[in-house]
Write a protein that binds this ligand. Structure first.
Ligand code: NAD
Length: 524
C-alpha cells in the first residue's frame, strides 16, 4: 500500500491504453483489477503485458520478476467485481461519452465511496463525465501517453468539481508510477499536448494546402531545422489520420478555434488512414508496417521554422494567460509528451517574441483566420520589451543578460559574448550610415567590458544583411555619397582593429547555422 492509502486499482478497458496502464500500476506494486467485455480480449491483454514486461526485464529495467508483477493483475468482465475494494480507478474504454458515462454510473454504485475515479479520455470534458457519478469532487482526468509504459508524461485535468485533494493525490500517485505529472487547471479541450500538437499540424497543413509547399519538405524542415523527432505529416500517419481528424473535430466542437485540414479529410474519406492502413501522407510496405520517411539533410532548410511554430507559441500564451497551466508544465508537456528537444517557451525566447508576433500578424492578415490573432500576452510582452533571450527577459528570465536598444540595432550582453543584432527583421538590405555608427558605438561600449570576450554580429528575423539600404541614396549628391561611405569605412576599420574577436552569425537561408549555434542539441 502506498502512503496515499491506495492499494488496489481498477483499470476499465484493456485495449491499447488500458493494458499498458494496468502494466504501469502493477510494476509499481499496486494490485490491479483489469476489466474488459470478453475473456479473449483480457487474455490478449495479459499476453501483451507479459511480452512488454519480458522486454523490460531483458533490459534490466524491472526490480522484480515478471511473474511477481503479473500475479498482481486480476481480470474480470464485470464492472461490479472490478471496482470492489478499490481505492482508485482509471477508465480507458473507447472514446464515446455515452459509453464512458454508463460505465462510470455503474462503477459508482459498486466502488467504495472513498475511491477516486480518473478518465484517460483525450477529448471528452472531465466535468461532463464526472456528472454521471455521485463523486464529482473525487473525479479527475488522467491522460497517459501512448505507450504508457514508455511515455513519461501524464496530464492531470481538474474538472469543474474536482477537489484539490483529488488533484494532489493523483499527482503523487503519478510520481509513484515513475511518471511526470502536469496539472491542467481547467477542463479545456485537448488539454495541453493535443492543443499544441494540432496547432503545429494545422499550420503545416495550411502551408501545404494554400502555399503548395511539399509535405516532405515541411517534414524535412521539422526534422532538420527544428530537430523534432518526427515530421508533422509523418506523425499524423503514425497516430492514424482518422484518430487525428476525430480529435481535431472534437476539440473544435468544444471551442478550440481552428480551421480543419482538407488534406486530412480527403485521405480519411479514401480510407487512407496512415501507417495502420499502409498509406496516408506517405506509402508504407503494408498495413501496420511503419518505415520512417526519408528526408535528405539539406532538405527543407529554406522554410521558415518560426512561422510553423508561431501558432503553438500563441497557444502557449493562451494556456498561460487563461491559467490553464504553467509555462514550466507546458514545456515539460512538449518535451515528454511530444519528444520535442526544447520547450515552447525556450523556442519563443530564442526566436524572439517580437518575431513570433510578426509571424502571427502576417498569417492573420494573409488568411483572415481568427486563430492567428496574436494573444494579448505576447503583444504585451513585446510592448514591455520582453522579447526573449535577446532582451534578457521573455517567458523566462536570463539573469546576467543585459540588453541595450539602439534605433537600428540591439546589443545583448550575454557573458562571455556580446551580440549586436541588426534589428530590421523585414529587410534584406539593412545597412544604413546610422546603423554603421550604432555598430561602432556598441563595439566601443563593450571593448573594455571584462565580461565580454567575443562579439557576435547577427541579423534579426530571417535575414542577416544582404547589403546597404539603397533607398538612403536616392537623389544623393556625390558629396553626400562620399560622406555616407565614411560611416561604412569607419565601421569596417573598427571591426578590423578591434581587440576582441568579432564573429558574423549569418542567418537568412542558412538560418539553421545560427539555430544550431543556439541549440547544439538539435544538430544532427
Ligand atoms: P481501444 O479501442 O484500443 O481499447 C478500448 C478497450 O475498451 C477495448 O479493449 C474494448 O473492448 C474495451 N471496452 C469497450 N467497451 C467496454 C465496456 N463496456 N467495458 C469495459 N471495456 C470496454 O482504445 P484505446 O486506444 O485504448 O483508447 C482508450 C481511451 O484512451 C480513449 O478514451 C482514448 O481517447 C484514450 N487515449 C488513447 C490514446 C491512444 O493513443 N490510443 C492515447 C491517450 C488516450
Amino acid at each position: 500500500m502506498s502512503n496515499l492509502g491506495i492499494r488496489r486499482v481498477a483499470v476499465l478497458g484493456a485495449g491499447t491504453m488500458g493494458h499498458g496502464i494496468a502494466e504501469v500500476f502493477a510494476m509499481s506494486g499496486f494490485e490491479v483489477n483489469l476489466m474488459d467485455v470478453s475473456d479473449e480480449i483480457l487474455r490478449n491483454a495479459l499476453n501483451r503485458i507479459r511480452d512488454s514486461l519480458e522486454r523490460l526485464s531483458r533490459r534490466g529495467e524491472l526490480r522484480e520478476g515478471v511473474d511477481a508483477i503479473m500475479s498482481r493483475i486480476h481480470t474480470t468482465t464485470k464492472v461490479a467485481e472490478a471496482v470492489r475494494d478499490i481505492d482508485f480507478l482509471v477508465e480507458a474504454v473507447p472514446e464515446n461519452a455515452d459509453l464512458k458515462k454508463s460505465i462510470f454510473r455503474e462503477a459508482d454504485q459498486y466502488a467504495p465511496p472513498h475511491a477516486i475515479f480518473a478518465s484517460n479520455t483525450s477529448t471528452i470534458p472531465i466535468t461532463e463525465l464526472s456528472e454521471a457519478t455521485s463523486r464529482r469532487e473525487k473525479f479527475v482526468g488522467m491522460h497517459f501517453m501512448n505507450p504508457p509504459p514508455l511515455m513519461k508524461l501524464v496530464e492531470i485535468t481538474r474538472g469543474k468539481y474536482t477537489s484539490d485533494d483529488t488533484v494532489n493525490i493523483t499527482v503523487q500517485l503519478t510520481r509513484i508510477l515513475n511518471k511526470e505529472p502536469v496539472v491542467v487547471n481547467k477542463d479545456v479541450p485537448g488539454f495541453i499536448v493535443n492543443r499544441v500538437l494540432f496547432r503545429v499540424m494545422l499550420e503545416a497543413c495550411r502551408e501545404a494546402t494554400q502555399e503548395g509547399i511539399k509535405i516532405v519538405d515541411l517534414d524535412a524542415m521539422a526534422r532538420n531545422v527544428l530537430g523534432l523527432p518526427m515530421g508533422t505529416f509523418e506523425l499524423l500517419d503514425y497516430i492514424g489520420l482518422d484518430t487525428s481528424l476525430f480529435i481535431v473535430k472534437a476539440m473544435t466542437e468544444r471551442g478550440f478555434k481552428a480551421h480543419s485540414c482538407p488534406l486530412l479529410e480527403d485521405l480519411v474519406s479514401k480510407g487512407k488512414l496512415g501507417v495502420k492502413s499502409g498509406e496516408g501522407f506517405y506509402k508504407y510496405p503494408g498495413p501496420g508496417q511503419y518505415v520512417k520517411p526519408r528526408v535528405l539533410p539539406e532538405q527543407g532548410l529554406e522554410l521558415d521554422p518560426i512561422r510553423l511554430m508561431a501558432p503553438a507559441i500563441n497557444e502557449l500564451a493562451w494556456l498561460v494567460r487563461e491559467g490553464v497551466a504553467t509555462v514550466d508544465d507546458i514545456d515539460k508537456s512538449v518535451k515528454l509528451g511530444l519528444n520535442y528537444p526544447w520547450g515552447l517557451s525556450e523556442f519563443a525566447d530564442e526566436a524572439g517574441i517580437d518575431n513570433i508576433v510578426d509571424a502571427l500578424t502576417q498569417l492573420k492578415n494573409a488568411s483572415g483566420w481568427e486563430e492567428y490573432e496574436p494573444d494579448p500576452l505576447l503583444t504585451n510582452y513585446v510592448k514591455e520589451g520582453r522579447l526573449g533571450r535577446k532582451s534578457g527577459r521573455g517567458f523566462r528570465e536570463y539573469p546576467g543578460v543585459e540588453f541595450r536598444r539602439y534605433e537600428e540595432i540591439m546589443l545583448r550582453i550575454d557573458p562571455p559574448s556580446a551580440w549586436i543584432i541588426l534589428n530590421k527583421p523585414d529587410k534584406l538590405n539593412v545597412l544604413t550610415p546610422k546603423m554603421a555608427d550604432e555598430i561602432v558605438n556598441a563595439l566601443r561600449s563593450v571593448e573594455d567590458d571584462p565580461r565580454v570576450r567575443v562579439v557576435v554580429i547577427t541579423g534579426s528575423g530571417r535575414a542577416f544583411c544582404a547589403g546597404a539600404d539603397i533607398n538612403q541614396f536616392q537623389n544623393a549628391t556625390p558629396m553626400q555619397m562620399f560622406k555616407a561611405m565614411r560611416h561604412y569605412h569607419s565601421m569596417t576599420l573598427e571591426i578590423e582593429y578591434y581587440t576582441k574577436p568579432v564573429i558574423a552569425a549569418i542567418n537568412a537561408m542558412p538560418l539553421v547555422v545560427v539555430w544550431r549555434l543556439l541549440w547544439p542539441a538539435t544538430s544532427g
